[in-house]
Every structure is written in structure tokens, then in C-alpha cells.
Design a binder for this molecule. Structure first.
Ligand SMILES: Nc1ncnc2c1ncn2[C@@H]1O[C@H](COP(=O)(O)OP(=O)(O)OP(=O)(O)O)[C@@H](O)[C@H]1O
Length: 600
């Protein structure tokens, strides 16, 4: 056994012995001393010391070299692969549960973070000739980045930091340090540090273009002499992941403080926010992309202001005439099955475009007074976390879209693949039960008073009146299906999303999008598709109805686009259905991003 091993083996007994010997002389309570004795004797600490001894024994003469730096990503991929398989052997089941363990995932995450700090190539020795009176100066050497410098307009692409002139002193200070960049990895350069010299050249009063030239012309390592900022050394990486609800192109943003440092992204991208110290500009990476340095993105507050600004400009233009998304016409559609019992206030105030549809059913839909309310929450970023599927507990599948786009058709096809597994919740009605009907099968039959009471209590996802009877689908009936191990599939009116998208139900929302006018017209004509806009006079769709579907789609996307988990364009029906089946399988088997509050 090695010396190290011996010393670590005897460390805890020696400590215990020492503690016993000085027990009476130390100013500590019996309780504290007993606690410490317990810790020193504990199995966990002894095991840990043992492991430490073993490791230091084995690697005494070697360096640690991480074999990989994306352990977590690989673990998730393995998990994804395994969870798609049915009838796994017990060994694989065990691997799955190990990989799902948050402690193991965190450990891999930390390992990767350490592994990605690329300490090579080694920096040359620091110079010995630092003046005694320069003790407060720090010298940082960075290896010049491989990124092309031709287009560099700032120091950022070269050293991973931005430098700005301090308004009060007129001197150069480090304004920002990018996560993952050379400056960040060095751990030596911090926001607020005053830049005194670059490669031995005093830059105190030089114009920015000269400083940039020095950086560009330097080869290999770049040496900085800095006057440290006080107490700003602790940079803590946040673990926040957000889903972006808007597209961002840094080169088109007139407000970004450093364009080269911007991070472009598109709606739906998952971003890892690594730093939120600056209230206006956050630093982020695309999730899973740990190899690159972080880039600048607008903070939530900044983006909200931009959106409000844009809206007020649209508002001004709308006052002067042209249409805006909120000015779109919305038509209700009604099909007799309660699953698609829909309608909305806006439909009762049809615009002149909709005037031809005189037979629109006046079905109340009152989950909200009007759907513009949704835009009060300005969609910028939503904090998300991964939700791992749990065997036997299925997330409800919600098909949303403009009436007539084909949600019902897709829902029915999905249920037909396995009617025992896929179910639509049973609605409630105040209509009297008819001969042959069974309570709880076609409907739950309840009194009008009971329905009104439940409605008042906010328990209905959809609620309406038809031919003097009330109909409604309750949150409870969705929960009942989920608890019974079924996959609940619904195609409610889009306004129902506000109630459905809750941590209790955790629905997966699929937007069924109409294709372009020509394609929708062609595909529906080939299939002899019947319009459900006017149930008493069911016939092929008219051009106006297709236009109405497209107009309504625009409105749904504008109001609820940020809530969609997936988009399926319903052009060719069998292709759309295949995509639906694939999505449903993903929801069952893969960890997917959901609002963070659903997981906590
Ligand atoms: N991709 C498609 N190609 C051809 N016909 C389609 C396609 N998708 C749906 N249809 C047909 O279009 C008609 C309307 O579809 P469906 O009833 O499913 O719409 P919906 O979105 O549920 O609207 P509603 O609530 O009005 O019923 C049906 O006759 C359906 O078979």
C-alpha cells in the first residue's frame, strides 16, 4: 500500500484521537463535539477519504485529461435512445434510472464545465521585472484566438472581452467579459479592470483604433497590464435556460453595444443564459453549444421595451388605416360533436369580410372576454426546463388551429390507431339523457344549475350553449383521463389554451397550420373535403372560407404562437398525420423542454 494511501487511511482515526484528547480543553459544547465525532466516524466521510486516497495513489505521476467534454449531452442522447425502446432488460432499465438521476446529471455537467476549460497551449512564464510599486497591477497573458480578425471592429473577437472608455476617468476599462472566451477562461480579466498596457505599449491615452491595431498585429500571446477593479472577481454562471419567443439578428440591431459579440437566434431556440449582470444585455449560448463563447442578447426588459415600442408604432399606423394582426377577422366554426364546440366573441362581431356567413352558430365561448388579453404578457423569453417522461403518465395532446384546418380529422385518425390508449375527454351537458345513452359515455349528464356552478368556479376548459342546453369540457375530465393512463387528445378552441396550459395538465400543444391558399384549395378539392363552417349546408369549402382559415391562422399565431410546442402544416393529410404520430411518440419517450415552473 502506498504512503498516500496509508496517510489518508490514518487521517480520520488520528483526528478522532486528537479530538478525544483535547475534548475537555476546547471551548465547545458536548453537542458540538459529539456532532463532530459523528461526522468523523460516518461511513460517508470514511468512504470519501478512501476514494480520495485511491485516486491520489493512482494518478500520482499522471495528469488528469478529460476523455470527453460533453458527457451530459452523451448521457441525454443515450437516454433518448433507450427511452424509445420498449421491453428493456433490467440492466438497461437501471442505466436509464441512473442517467435520469439529477445528481448524476449535475455531476456530468460540472465535469463538462471543467473539461471545457482549455488550458493549452501553456502560457509563457510571467515576467520577473514588475516594479515593486506596481503591486496593484495584474498581468494577464492570453493566447490569441483563432477567429478571423479581418472584420474585427472591437477587441471582442480577439480576446473575448470588450473595452470601453470610462466616462469619468477617460481611461480604458474592461466593459464585458464573454463566457467561454479567452479572457473568461483565463480567470484573470474582470469587468471594471483598467487597461494600462497591451503588449508593453501604454494605451492610456491612445484612440480605440490604435488599441485594436495592437491587438490585431500581435502574434501568439497578448500581454495585458491591468489595474484590477475592486471586488468584482466572482463571476457566477447562471443555469437558466429560456425558450426565445422572437427572432434576433444582432447585425440588424441598432442598439446592441457590440455587434460582433451578438448571438443570433430564432423563435423557439433554447438559450442558456450564462450571465444576467447587465440589466440590458445578457450573455447566452445556444443550449448544448458549450464549445463556443457566449454572445450578447437583449435582456427581457430591453426586449419588452422594444416590443412595446414596435406595437405603439403599429398602433399609430393602424389608426391611420392599414390592417394589423389584431384587426384580423375571426370566424367561429361549429361542428356538432362537443369536442369541437367552439365559437368566440369576435365571431359575433364579424367584419365585412365575414358578412356572407349568416348561419354562424352563436355559441358563447367565454374563457375570456377577449383574446387580446394574452398579449398583455409580452412574449420574449420563457424559462424552461426538461421534463422527463414518466411511464404510464401521458401528457395531453392538444391540437390547436384555425377552425376548418383539420384538427378534428387528425384527432380522429390518431384515436383510431389505438382507441384504448388515445381518448377524448367526455363532455358535460345539461341536456336530458336520451334512451340508449349511458351517463359518462357520450356525456356526463348534470343539471343546468350544477353546470353553471362549475362554470362560475372556472372549472370548464370550454363552455357553451346550444339549442337551450349547456355543454362543457372540464379540467377534471382531462385529469381523469391522464390519471387513468390514457393519452388525452383534444382539439379545443384556441382560447382554451389559457386554461389548458397549466402545470397540473402539462399539455403538449401542436399547432395545425394551414398551407398557402393554392395548396389548401388543391388538397381539399382532391379529397372532396367538406366544410364544417355551415353544418346545415355541408359542402366543399368556398374560396372565402379558405381565406378565412388563413386569416384566422394569422391571428392564432399572433396571439398564441409562443405557446406552441410543435407546428404541423396540414397540406397533404397523410404526411401531416405521420408527423403527428411522430410527435406523439416523442412526447411519450423523450425529455422535452417545458416551462420551468412545471418541473420545480
Ligand atoms: N390535409 C387535408 N387534405 C384534405 N382534406 C382535409 C385535410 N385536413 C382536413 N381535411 C378535411 O377538411 C374538413 C375540415 O376538417 P376538420 O373538421 O378536421 O377541421 P377542424 O379544424 O376540426 O375544424 P372544425 O372545428 O370546423 O371541425 C374535413 O372534411 C376534413 O376531412
Amino acid at each position: 500500500m502506498s504512503e498516500d494511501q496509508n496517510s489518508s487511511d490514518s487521517a480520520l482515526p488520528s483526528l478522532l484521537q486528537a479530538l478525544n484528547q483535547c475534548r475537555t480543553s476546547v471551548p465547545a459544547t458536548d453537542e458540538a463535539l459529539n456532532f463532530l465525532t459523528g461526522v468523523l466516524k460516518s461511513r460517508e466521510l470514511n468512504a470519501l477519504v478512501n476514494v480520495h486516497g485511491q485516486i491520489s495513489n493512482r494518478v500520482k505521476d499522471e495528469c488528469f485529461h478529460p476523455i470527453l467534454s460533453n458527457g451530459l449531452q452523451i448521457a441525454v442522447e443515450v437516454l433518448d435512445l433507450l427511452t424509445t425502446r420498449k421491453n428493456l432488460s433490467p440492466d438497461f432499465e437501471e442505466i436509464c434510472s441512473l442517467l435520469k438521476n439529477p445528481h448524476l446529471q449535475r455531476l456530468l455537467d460540472v465535469h463538462d464545465a471543467v473539461a471545457q476549460k482549455d488550458y493549452n497551449p501553456r502560457l509563457s512564464e510571467l515576467p520577473q521585472d514588475v516594479d515593486k510599486d506596481e503591486e496593484t497591477i495584474k498581468i494577464a497573458q492570453l493566447v490569441k484566438s483563432d477567429e478571423p480578425l479581418g472584420s474585427a471592429q472591437s477587441a471582442e473577437p480577439i480576446v473575448g472581452a470588450t473595452i470601453a472608455t470610462d466616462e469619468q476617468t477617460g481611461k480604458y476599462v474592461v466593459a464585458r467579459v464573454f463566457h467561454g472566451g479567452a479572457a473568461y477562461r483565463s480567470g484573470l480579466i474582470h469587468v471594471g479592470d483598467e487597461v494600462w498596457e497591451v503588449n508593453g505599449i501604454n494605451v492610456e491615452w491612445k484612440p480605440p483604433s490604435d488599441v485594436l491595431k495592437i491587438l490585431q498585429n500581435s502574434e501568439g500571446t497578448i500581454k495585458f497590464k491591468l489595474i484590477p477593479a475592486d471586488g468584482k472577481h466572482a463571476v457566477c454562471e447562471s443555469k437558466v435556460r429560456v425558450r426565445a419567443h422572437f427572432d434576433y439578428v444582432a447585425s440588424l440591431d441598432p442598439f446592441i453595444p457590440c455587434r460582433e459579440a451578438g448571438l443570433d437566434f430564432v423563435k423557439g431556440d433554447i438559450l442558456h443564459i450564462v450571465n444576467q449582470d447587465d440589466g440590458e444585455w445578457w450573455q447566452a449560448r445556444r443550449d448544448g453549444d458549450r464549445t463556443t463563447r457566449a454572445g450578447l442578447i437583449p435582456s427581457r426588459a430591453h426586449q419588452e421595451r422594444m416590443i412595446l415600442r414596435e406595437r405603439s408604432q403599429i398602433g399609430k399606423r393602424t389608426d391611420q388605416g392599414p390592417e394589423s394582426p389584431t384587426g384580423l377577422c375571426l370566424v367561429s366554426a361549429f361542428s356538432p360533436s362537443l369536442a369541437s364546440l367552439t365559437g368566440c366573441k369576435s365571431s359575433l362581431q364579424a367584419s365585412p369580410n365575414c358578412a356572407s356567413r349568416t348561419k354562424t352558430k352563436k355559441i358563447m365561448y367565454d374563457s375570456t372576454e377577449n383574446d387580446d388579453f394574452d398579449r398583455e404578457e409580452i412574449p420574449t423569453y420563457e424559462e424552461v426546463a426538461k421534463l422527463f417522461p414518466r411511464p404510464g403518465v401521458y401528457r395531453p395532446i392538444i391540437l390547436i388551429g384555425p377552425p376548418g384546418v383539420g384538427r378534428n380529422e387528425l384527432r380522429r385518425r390518431l384515436i383510431a390507431t389505438d382507441p384504448e390508449k388515445f381518448r377524448t375527454p367526455t363532455p358535460f351537458t345539461s341536456r336530458p339523457i336520451r334512451p340508449g345513452e349511458v351517463n359518462g359515455k357520450e356525456y356526463f349528464f348534470v343539471t343546468r344549475e350544477k353546470m353553471e356552478e362549475e362554470h362560475e368556479a372556472g372549472n370548464f376548459i370550454e363552455f357553451g350553449e346550444y339549442k337551450g342546453n349547456l355543454y362543457g369540457t372540464s379540467v377534471e375530465s382531462v385529469k381523469m383521463l391522464v390519471d387513468a393512463g390514457h393519452v388525452c387528445v383534444m382539439n379545443p378552441h384556441y382560447q382554451a389554451l389559457k386554461m389548458l396550459r397549466s402545470p397540473q395538465l402539462k399539455p403538449f400543444i401542436i399547432y395545425i397550420k394551414p398551407p398557402a391558399f393554392d395548396v389548401i384549395k388543391e388538397t381539399r378539392a382532391v379529397a372532396y373535403a367538406r366544410s364544417t363552417f355551415d353544418e346545415n349546408n355541408s359542402r366543399g369549402f368556398t374560396d372565402d372560407e379558405f381565406k378565412e382559415i388563413l386569416r384566422s391562422a394569422e391571428r392564432v399565431e399572433f396571439l398564441y404562437g409562443h405557446l406552441f410546442d410543435e407546428v404541423i402544416v396540414n397540406a397533404d393529410l397523410s404526411a401531416a398525420f405521420e408527423q403527428l404520430v411522430r410527435s406523439v411518440s416523442r412526447v411519450e419517450n423523450e425529455p422535452l423542454w417545458v416551462p420551468a415552473s412545471w418541473v420545480q
